[in-house]
Design a protein around this ligand. Structure first.
Ligand code: BGC
Length: 770
């Protein structure tokens, strides 16, 4: 991965704009002394105030929030990213509040801040951790320049049910891959600083979410319950949170769901025993939006007082958008129902976090001085377009390429059709932070620029994303202050006719189809995962023209693509590729870039087949190919297995991988075996691929997965070039949590499988000796 310099665009203040009393140097130099000194002086109400995280809104206009802060009733705010808005708030904190404690500013910075990078699934599809780290680093630089101290990210919820709209935000279905991405994101946001170290002014604190298991909501319906065996939790769902914490994530956001009968927000086992005691987490925890009040709806708290008590006792430090701490904690502490020590623990974390953010050294560190404010917050010069284009190229997954339909010659005449071909707002995906949709390059504009003066391009919209009124109404609701979903008023047939006419004049048809960004968002669960009917009709009409059909998918979750797989001449999964998406996709379509993305989750054939994850536990009656219907585990009305497997993705060149060779056929407990393969680029152009290592435990004390990803390497090979790839296999790769939740590696046989996707692998075996 090429490295890019990330420039700090806004100059942050070296001298604060307001005379504020910096703590004594002896205290500034010693975090625990400073925190203890403040806590000694704080009233009960001031302590409770530190736990309150609220935002400006209709019920809390900016001047009122400033008053609340001056009164010591607020510890931090979220969603304020304008210096003009932030400055008076920080001035109220350090100029007017009794103890001059700064407020922190938090925001959802997930896949870029001003520059939108590909959504989570796209980032994971790169399988390139340098690229992932760079996106978080760039986002941090941009967000810090906008006064952001803390991001509610990364979202590392393993998701194996694509009906769940937030699948888009996360990094897929696999514990190993998601853990790697989680680590790289935290490192990027915090620029390598670990929890407890003071962050630089162009870094922001990560707050990994949603702890825990949010991606496993039953039926993929958002906010639904999660009920899961402890073994599955430990082996599959918890590792990414742990990886983010081990990488130094300063914060943890608590999930909205229940975890085995207890909401995460009131779950003492989760927040105390696991997070703090077992994992040694020392940072701050945030509730999710309104989650403490929701304890009443869950039916575990009778009233607000009980909700506040449950949450603080469980270990929720800051309460987001809830008033119950403010209202109830003073009384709870005074009456002895909540020990002062419990409150103090939470306050200590919040103050410690502010210290780590550098805010006691300079409360205006990331806000800067008024005279340094950028004239135009939305100026294009504040964006980082080159890395956005580069990472977006790497995130594209080529699913089909029959008869070398791609790349398209630049001299060709191309018909570009489809509702997503010219949809800048969808390009930037959801949770797009401060990305401005007008600055996004659409596929139409990317292709026009690529073809300029060379080929001919015809454009026709062809269809609306959906003709379903309820769907459109829902999407408009989700678009908040952005423009409404573009709904062409022409009849579906008229639009299709126009697209077919354009196809008739072209050598090749590119159809950009998929979802509007709001279809893959918080609360956007779907029961059907096929393309909406309007788009299916368009594709069928285009197919009937007989012209080569290239399907470019834009979507935030796996779709069911049976017809498309069978009928497309080429198919490219682009997720929502960000500000530079249109350029990046055009680069791949015209061959200026060779696709190298690999699926971070399996694509199911149908909704009925869900869950379709590749690393499922072994069965007594596994499906046996060639013997349908003979009492083996299968759906008799559909072919078995994913339509496209985890780890899959084509290139414009071809690669050959040799059978794995092991350094030994036996290894003693605690030892290491080395597996190596030779990879050759047998095609005619340079390209990157991802060599993937899977392990299968032949027989264990409990049922283990059919295979599990345990390592991968992305490499670039010139035509004809070969490279040897080696993986060390030791305790980390072989061990798992057993039924007693002890991490063990058990003697016995192991199969080592290596390939370029999870399905097509070659195997070698060894024996782990006692
Ligand atoms: C989401 C969180 C997010 C928070 C603040 C909630 O609705 O679940 O992921 O961080 O809002 O925007």
């Amino acid at each position: 991965m090429k490295s890019f310099a990330v420039t700090v665009i806004a100059t942050a203040a070296l001298v604060a704009p307001l005379a504020w009393a910096q703590p004594k140097p002896s205290l500034l130099a010693d975090k625990s002394a400073l925190v203890a000194d403040l806590m000694r002086q704080m009233t009960l109400e001031e302590k409770v105030g530190q736990l309150r995280l609220i935002s400006i809104g209709p019920e809390m206009p900016a001047p009122q929030l400033a008053e609340e802060i001056a009164a010591g009733r607020v510890g931090g705010t979220f969603n304020s990213i304008n210096h003009k808005e932030q400055r008076p708030l920080q001035e109220a904190a350090v100029g007017k509040s009794r103890l001059r404690i700064p407020v922190l500013f938090a925001y959802d910075v997930l896949h870029g801040h001003r520059t939108s990078f590909p959504i989570g699934l796209g980032l994971a599809s790169t399988w390139d951790m340098d690229a992932v780290r760079l996106t978080a680093r760039t986002a941090a630089v941009e967000a810090a320049a906008d006064g952001v101290d803390v991001t509610f990210a990364p979202t590392v919820d393993i998701s194996r049910d694509p009906r769940w709209g937030r699948t888009s935000e996360g990094f897929g279905e696999d514990p190993h891959l998601v853990s790697q991405v989680a680590r790289a994101m935290v490192q990027g946001f915090q620029n390598g600083a670990r929890r407890g170290e003071v962050l630089q002014r162009d870094s922001i604190m990560a707050s990994v979410k949603h702890f825990a298991l949010y991606g496993a909501v039953e039926g993929g319906r958002d906010y639904n319950i999660v009920d899961m065996s402890p073994m599955r939790m430990y082996n599959d769902y918890l590792p990414p949170y742990k990886a983010a914490i081990d990488a130094g994530s300063g914060g943890v956001m608590i999930a909205l769901n229940t975890v085995n009968g207890q909401p995460a927000t009131s779950n003492t086992w989760l927040l105390q025993d696991l997070l703090r005691k077992d994992w040694g987490f020392k940072g701050v925890t945030f509730s999710d939006h309104g989650a403490i009040t929701e304890l009443m709806r869950h039916g575990v708290a009778r009233d607000e007082r009980e909700a506040a008590k449950l949450a603080i006792t469980a270990g929720v430090d800051m309460s987001m958008a809830d008033q119950v701490y403010l209202k109830e904690l003073p009384g709870l502490v005074k009456s002895g129902q909540v020990p002062m020590k419990t409150l103090d623990n939470a306050v200590r974390e919040v103050l410690g976090t502010k210290y780590d953010l550098g805010l006691f050294h300079d409360p205006f560190l990331r806000i800067g001085k008024a005279e340094d404010d950028p004239a135009d917050l939305k100026a294009d010069s504040r964006l980082h377009r080159p890395p956005a284009r580069d990472v977006a190229r790497r995130s594209l997954v080529l699913l089909e390429n029959r008869n070398r339909t791609l790349p398209i010659a630049k001299g060709a005449s191309v018909a570009l059709v489809g509702p997503l071909a010219d949809a800048p707002i969808d390009m930037i995906g959801v949770w797009s932070a401060q990305a401005v949709w007008k600055q996004a390059v659409t596929l139409r504009s990317g292709m026009e620029q690529a073809l300029a003066g060379k080929g001919k391009m015809l454009y026709a919209r062809g269809a609306n994303v959906s003709e379903d009124k309820a769907v459109v109404e829902y999407l408009n609701f989700l678009n908040w202050d952005e423009p409404e979903v573009v709904q062409d008023k022409r009849s579906p047939q008229e639009m299709i006719d126009e697209a077919v006419a354009a196809a008739g004049q072209a050598d090749v048809v590119v159809a950009a189809v998929g979802e509007s960004r709001g279809m893959s968002h918080e609360s956007s669960s779907r029961t059907r995962l096929d393309l909406p009917e309007s788009q299916q009709a368009l594709l069928k009409a285009l197919k009937a023209t007989g012209k080569p059909l290239v399907i470019v998918l834009m979507n935030g979750r796996p779709l069911t693509l049976g017809w498309e797989q069978a009928n497309a001449d080429a198919m490219l999964e682009t997720w929502f590729a960000g500000t530079e998406g249109g350029h990046a996709i055009a680069d791949v379509l015209f061959g200026d870039a060779n696709p190298s993305g690999k699926l971070p989750l399996s694509l199911p054939r149908s909704v009925g087949q869900i869950p379709t994850y590749y690393n499922y536990p072994r069965l007594g009656r596994p499906f046996t190919p060639g013997k349908p219907g003979n009492y083996t585990s299968q759906y008799f009305d559909e072919p078995q297995g994913a339509l496209y497997p985890f780890g899959y993705g084509l290139s414009y060149t071809e690669f050959e991988v040799s059978k794995p060779v092991l350094s030994a056929s036996t290894v003693k407990a605690g030892g290491t075996v080395e597996a190596s393969v030779t990879v050759k680029n047998t095609g005619d152009r340079a390209g990157e691929t991802v060599v993937q290592l899977y392990i299968q435990d032949v027989a264990a004390s409990v049922v283990r997965p059919v295979k599990e990803l345990k390592g991968f390497r992305k490499l670039m090979l010139q035509p004809g070039e070969t490279q040897v790839v080696k993986f060390a296999i030791g305790n980390e790769q072989l061990s798992f949590y057993n039924q007693q939740l002890q991490r063990v590696s058990e003697p016995g046989g192991f199969n080592v499988q290596i390939g370029l996707n999870s399905r097509d692998v070659q195997e070698a075996s060894f024996e782990l000796l006692p």
